[in-house]
Write a protein that binds this ligand. Structure first.
Ligand code: FAD
Length: 299
C-alpha cells in the first residue's frame, strides 16, 4: 500500500488548532495561521478560565446539570455529559503539557465562580490570563513535536476541490504570494465570527473566514444561531471592547443601574451570576432604554 505522504493541514493557531495538531500524531501535520507567534487568536485573550468539577463536594453530574440549565434545556445532552465528564481529566492533561494553573496557600487549585455555575469550579492561570498561559504551553509543545510543521504569516483564502472533495488549501503570504498545498485532510480551526459585529470583545481576526471557506466549498453548517454574548465589557469608543471578566461578579461585583439599583434583581435566582444570555439581554435592554449599566467591584 502506498504510504500517505500529504500532511493533515490544520488552519488556526488557537487552542482548537494546537490540540488537533497534537492529537494527530504520528500523522504529519502542517499548521497554518495568520500570526507568526500565535497571537491574534481568541484563545490568547481568554480570561476567566476553564470550568471543571474538581472540588471534592462538586460532581460532573452537577456541572452537567448547571450546563443544561444555562442552555435553557436546549442542549445536546450527550455532548454536555461528555464535555463535563472529560473536564477534570483535561485539566490534568493541560497541567502535564506545562500549563500552570493558579494555586492557593494550601497548594490546591484556586477555583473561581462564573455565571450559570452553582459551585466554584473555574480554574485559571495568571489571574485573568488563562488563555495566554494555555496557548504558550500548547504552542511550545506543538512547535517541538517532530510531526508538526508550523507556518505563520499565511492566510488560507481558498479550499482546493477535486471531484467534490477537499484536497488542499490555497495560502496567501504577507507579500501576497499565493501557493497551493495538497492535504490528506483539512481542519478549519479558524475560530469565531465575533468581529463581524459592530462591537466585540473578540480579536479583529475573528472574521468568520473559515466558516466562509467551508460554506463556499459546499460544507454543511449547523447551529450557527448560537452566538455567545459576554455580558460585561468596558464601554469605550471603537470596534473592539476590552472584556471585563465574569470572575469579578463571581467574586462579588454587582451590576447596577444609574440609580445604583441592582440590575438583575428579581430576574433570575442566580442574580448577577445568571447565565450569560440572561444577563447580556438585561444589559442590552437597559442600554436600549437609554440607561447606563455599572459594574460595582468595590466589595
Ligand atoms: C476576550 C475573551 C475572553 C474569553 N474568556 C474565556 C474564558 O474565560 N473561558 C473560556 O472558556 N473561553 C473564553 N473565551 C472564548 C475562547 O477564547 C474561545 O472559545 C476559544 O479560544 C476559541 O478557540 P479556537 O482555537 O476555536 O479559535 P481562536 O483561538 O480564535 O483561533 C483561531 C485561529 O485561526 C486563525 N485564522 C483564522 N482565519 C484564518 C485563515 N483564513 N487563515 C489562517 N489562519 C486563520 C487565527 O489567526 C487564529 O490563530 C474568551 C474569548 C475572548 C475573545
Amino acid at each position: 500500500m502506498r504510504r500517505e505522504r500529504r500532511p493533515i493541514v490544520v488552519v488556526g493557531g488557537g487552542v482548537a488548532g494546537l490540540v488537533t495538531a497534537h492529537a494527530a500524531a504520528p500523522a504529519p501535520v502542517r499548521l497554518l495561521c495568520r500570526a507568526h507567534d500565535g497571537s491574534g487568536s481568541a484563545s490568547a485573550l481568554a480570561q476567566g478560565g476553564i470550568a471543571a468539577a474538581i472540588e471534592p463536594h462538586d460532581s460532573t453530574a452537577a456541572h452537567a446539570g448547571d450546563t443544561i440549565e444555562a442552555g435553557a434545556r436546549h442542549n445536546d445532552a450527550t455532548a454536555v455529559q461528555w464535555l463535563t465528564g472529560e473536564a477534570p481529566g483535561t485539566i490534568a492533561w493541560l497541567q502535564q503539557q506545562g500549563v500552570r494553573f493558579d494555586r492557593g496557600v494550601d497548594d490546591s487549585l484556586q477555583l473561581g465562580r462564573e455565571g450559570g455555575h452553582g459551585a466554584a469550579r473555574i480554574v485559571h492561570a495568571g489571574g485573568d490570563a488563562t488563555g495566554a498561559a494555555l496557548v504558550r504551553a500548547l504552542r511550545a509543545r506543538v512547535q517541538s513535536s517532530a510531526h508538526v510543521q508550523w507556518r505563520g504569516g499565511v492566510d488560507v483564502d481558498a479550499l482546493l476541490l477535486r471531484d467534490g472533495a477537499v484536497v488542499g488549501v490555497r495560502t496567501c503570504d504577507e507579500r501576497g504570494r499565493r501557493q497551493h498545498m495538497e492535504a490528506a485532510a483539512v481542519v478549519l480551526a479558524t475560530g469565531g465570527i465575533g468581529a463581524l459585529f459592530a462591537h466585540t470583545s473578540n480579536p479583529v481576526g475573528a472574521d468568520g473566514a473559515g466558516l466562509a471557506l467551508g460554506l463556499a466549498s459546499g460544507a454543511a453548517s449547523r447551529d450557527l444561531e448560537f452566538m455567545q454574548f459576554h455580558p460585561t465589557a468596558l464601554d469605550v469608543h471603537g470596534h473592539c471592547l476590552p472584556l471585563i471578566t465574569e470572575a469579578l461578579r463571581g467574586a462579588g461585583a454587582r451590576l447596577l443601574d444609574a440609580a445604583g439599583q441592582p440590575l438583575m434583581r428579581g430576574l433570575h435566582p442566580l442574580g448577577d451570576l445568571a447565565p450569560r444570555d440572561v444577563v447580556a439581554r438585561r444589559v442590552w435592554q437597559m442600554q436600549r432604554e437609554g440607561g447606563k449599566v455599572w459594574l460595582d467591584a468595590t466589595a
